[in-house]
Design a protein around this ligand. Structure first.
Ligand SMILES: [Zn+2]
Length: 272
């Protein structure tokens, strides 16, 4: 497992990138922070969520700024509307987006595509974003894994979908597990802890102590899901940033409640 994530600023926009994924030819990606956008108030300043009550034009401007800073194709951005499930949809020429909500992607927690210059996006504010790149078949996936999706197998479902659609071999996948709620902050009730104990084993559990309830290490769960499905550990990069602890860089649902913006994770196949 790698820890080669880094922060970079371009055109005033601060982005988070995986060094492992960035080293690959033919793919571009980023995880946004809250720095460098035009949102104000508790949205300040890079809110990427259209459903959070902020003026749509401001959010769209933030998307333009991120695309300019990361070299992504704004005109073919395709997003989804997540439901903490395991539905995976393929983005094709028939359903490719234009930066706007596409109804058929409702209740979808992972997108896959082989289309070039077509950024696929998931929204994050504590849940685990996982970006996948098949360096052999040149296909990619963006996965939103909250605890429910993680427990239900959304990461495995995305890899299955890539296998079926593109003939992906999991050993060719490069995976970036982005900023999310860390093991420091993800306290759960015992019924949730039990789900993770049985699905992922004791290594993802931090026992309760005087200050904390039982905690679950969600990024480690993502790594377990990836390796369990055949992704080599040397092909996995993990951010380690906690969205709850790091107020400077991230919105956090646990810290801010509904009065917050939203981050995105985005990946795009970029031709040779
Ligand atoms: Zn934390």
């Amino acid at each position: 497992m790698n820890k080669s994530f880094y922060k970079t600023e371009n055109k005033g926009v601060t982005l988070v990138k995986s060094g492992l994924l960035e080293a690959e030819q033919s793919v571009r990606h980023c995880f946004t922070t809250r720095l460098g956008g035009v949102s104000t108030g508790f949205y300040a300043s890079m809110n990427m969520g259209f459903g959070r009550g902020e003026d749509r034009d401001i959010v769209l401007r933030n998307y333009e700024l991120v695309c300019e800073a990361a070299g992504l194709n704004f005109s073919r951005l395709t997003r989804t509307y997540q439901r903490h499930g395991i539905n995976v949809k393929e983005v094709t020429d028939e359903n490719v987006g234009s930066g706007f909500f596409i109804p058929e992607f409702d209740a979808t927690d992972a997108l896959i595509t082989k289309l070039e210059y077509t950024p696929i996006v998931v929204h994050i504010a504590d849940c685990v974003p996982v970006l996948l790149y098949d360096r052999s078949k040149r296909a990619c996936a963006a996965v939103h894994a909250g605890w429910r999706g993680m427990a239900a197998g959304v990461i495995e479902a995305a890899i299955n979908a890539m296998e079926n659609a593109y003939g992906t071999d999991a050993s060719d996948l490069v995976a970036a597990v982005g900023p999310c709620v860390g093991p420091c902050c993800f306290e759960v009730d015992e019924d949730v802890a039990d789900v993770f104990r049985s699905d992922f084993g004791m290594s993802v559990i931090i026992p309760a102590d005087d200050e904390h309830k039982t905690r679950v290490n969600l990024p480690k769960c993502a790594v377990e899901a990836l390796t369990g499905r055949g992704v080599p550990e040397s092909n996995i990069d993990v951010s380690g940033d906690c969205t709850v602890c790091d107020e400077t860089h991230y919105y956090s649902h646990r810290r801010m409640g509904e009065n917050r913006g939203s981050q995105i994770a985005v990946i795009q196949i970029s031709g040779r």
